[in-house]
Design a protein around this ligand. Structure first.
Ligand code: G6Q
Length: 554
């Protein structure tokens, strides 16, 4: 038994699960015509419908008790108060401060931070506006046409996702590119059509030591230097965002071009900081302010709404319900807005790096399952790809669907068809199709009984597959900020319930260390024998066949 499984609500939920696990949502809807009103919430321009879940009021009440007994409110207070709740790294968790209007002093682990936040945001906006208004000139006095953000993980996925999602708000004669992969194809594909004279490179790395980013940064610097007359011109083309200013200076970045990051912002929660510089360049200061405001709206809601009204809390509890009681292993995130195509990838990191852990806050192995496998893609494309498994597979995959009521371009033929798919898929996943319904349908089509007998089992849909639906008026910066913050706080609440430190990421360390050692061995080039036979075999196979003519890339 553990702290979580000892809670009274846990045992009650286990008992309740036995009574509801075979109940079909069709029955729940038939019993309660007010189910949609009861199990949906609105927040500004966002509707959150969670009525298509395998819950009744008693399920929700017990889940809310679980949240109370797990002290979600206490942990929430600690986070907003800037206590070092990332205990394995001894750090506060204050990404919410980045989007606060900072009307009151804000602290991280006892140190005042709001003034520095304001100052850094003003610097970011000043640079962005100079680039956007063509006042920032390159070494040959030409304005910037292309910005390349070099970073990975948290220094990449958030900015990329937001820039893509808010594409209609971007400035048209400026192109933003993102490079993360150490695979030379990524940087080469990005730089090959660009002109160093009109390109600004952002090195985004909190630590300024990440191998992938440093190798790409070096390649980008060399690419610039082929065209620049001297290193003195570099400040016109190279800036950095980091908490390791000294390393950035050593790399050759001018001090005035270094934007600050802080220990109390986790990489995957950092798009609100100077790591979002590429976003501000793309959409401008006002729109970035709206993005921050949307997230701040949700912070206030999360901080003050009673648990039963609290959207991130409800999202989290539904996830716990399926993960820990139904044994569901994954969740799907399915945006029906093409511009949100990187939203699932972004959330994959946010969720899986935060709660993909098996050691609890007390240093003990958990005896329950924690973070789910999160996957997803654009909804429409996925309908023609993996929805088959969602509808008729053997696994229960709860899904979130997200769709805008109005598209930016307002083309009815496209948007109405899109929306009809959102509603139809959620309805089909919930209702399914019974054998009787299939029989009646095939009979209407004129099939014989023997033909029907053969085909019927394949055309039955079990249904009872849960979905949440988010409808928002339009994907504007404020709404996007709110949606991201909903998920951030959902992840936080789940981390509290599972008794995890959601803000460290030790699981990514081991591979990094091993890669550094193996890179040394590859550079030496001699046959290796110090690993297991598979790893030895792979390294030696590679060493024998690697091209003799590799360049050093610069
Ligand atoms: C995020 C993680 C990780 C990090 C990258 C990049 O929360 O810490 O994804 O963002 O490893 O790190 P740097 O920004 O330090 O290069």
């Amino acid at each position: 038994m553990s702290r979580l499984t000892d809670l009274p609500a846990w045992e009650q939920l286990q008992q309740h699960y036995e009574t509801i696990k075979d109940v079909h949502m069709r029955e729940l809807f038939a019993q309660d015509q007010t189910r949609f009103e009861r199990f949906s919430k609105t927040f500004n321009e966002i509707l959150f419908d969670f009525s298509k879940n395998r819950i009744d009021q008693h399920s929700l009440d017990l889940l809310l008790q679980l949240a109370e007994q797990s002290d979600v409110t206490g942990w929430r207070e600690k986070m907003f108060a800037g206590e070092p709740i990332n205990h394995t790294e001894g750090r506060a968790v204050q990404h919410t401060a980045l989007r606060s209007p900072c009307a009151q002093p804000i602290y991280a682990d006892g140190v005042r931070i709001d003034l520095e936040i304001k100052q850094e945001l003003a610097r970011v906006k000043a640079l962005a506006e100079r680039v956007r208004t063509r006042q920032w000139l390159g070494h040959s006095n030409q304005p910037i046409t292309d910005v390349v953000n070099i970073g990975i993980g948290g220094s990449h996925l958030g900015p990329l996702m937001v820039t893509e999602a808010l594409r209609p708000y971007s400035i048209h004669d400026l192109h933003i590119h993102y490079v993360s992969n150490i695979d030379e194809n990524h940087i080469n594909n990005s730089l090959e059509s660009l002109n160093p004279d009109t390109t600004l490179i952002i090195i985004a790395s909190k630590s300024f030591t990440t191998q992938d980013t440093m190798v790409n940064a070096q390649t980008a610097k060399s690419w610039l230097m082929k065209k620049l007359k001297s290193e003195l011109d570099l400040p016109k083309h190279l800036v950095a965002v980091t908490s390791n200013a000294e390393a950035a200076v050593q790399f050759g970045i001018a001090r005035e071009n270094i934007f600050k990051m802080w220990d109390w912002v986790g990489g995957r929660y950092s798009l609100w900081s100077a790591i979002g510089l590429s976003i501000v360049i793309s959409i401008g200061s006002e729109n970035f302010d709206a993005l921050l405001a949307g997230a701040h709206d949700v912070d206030e809601h999360f901080k003050s709404a009673p648990l039963a009204e609290n959207i991130p809390v409800i999202m989290a509890l539904l996830g716990v319900w399926y993960n820990n009681f139904f044994g569901s292993e994954s969740i799907a995130v399915l945006p029906y807005d093409q511009n949100m195509h990187r939203f699932p990838a972004y959330l994959q990191q946010a969720d899986m790096e935060s709660n993909g852990k098996s050691c609890d806050r007390d240093g003990k192995d958990v005896d329950y399952t924690t973070g789910p496998i999160l996957f997803g893609e654009i909804g429409i494309a996925s309908q023609h790809a993996f929805y088959q498994l969602l509808h008729q597979g053997t696994k229960l995959v709860p899904a979130d669907m997200l769709a805008p009521i109005a598209n930016f371009h307002c083309i009815a033929t496209h948007h109405r068809a899109l929306m009809s798919n959102v509603f139809a898929q959620a309805e089909a996943l919930m209702n399914g199709k019974t054998a009787e319904e299939v029989h009646a349908e095939l009979t209407r089509q004129g099939m014989s009984e023997s033909e029907i007998d053969m085909l019927l089992p394949y055309k039955v849909f079990p249904g009872n597959r849960p979905t949440n639906t988010f409808l928002f008026y339009t994907l504007n910066p404020r709404t996007l900020g709110s949606l991201i913050a909903f998920y951030e706080h959902k992840i936080f609440v789940q981390g509290v319930i599972w008794n995890l430190d959601s803000f460290d990421q030790w699981g990514v360390e081991l591979g990094k260390v091993l890669a550094t050692n193996i890179l040394n061995e590859i550079n030496i080039g001699k046959e290796v024998s110090n690993h297991d036979c598979s790893t030895n075999g792979l390294i030696n196979y590679y060493l024998k066949r690697k091209p003799k003519s590799e360049s050093n890339g610069s």
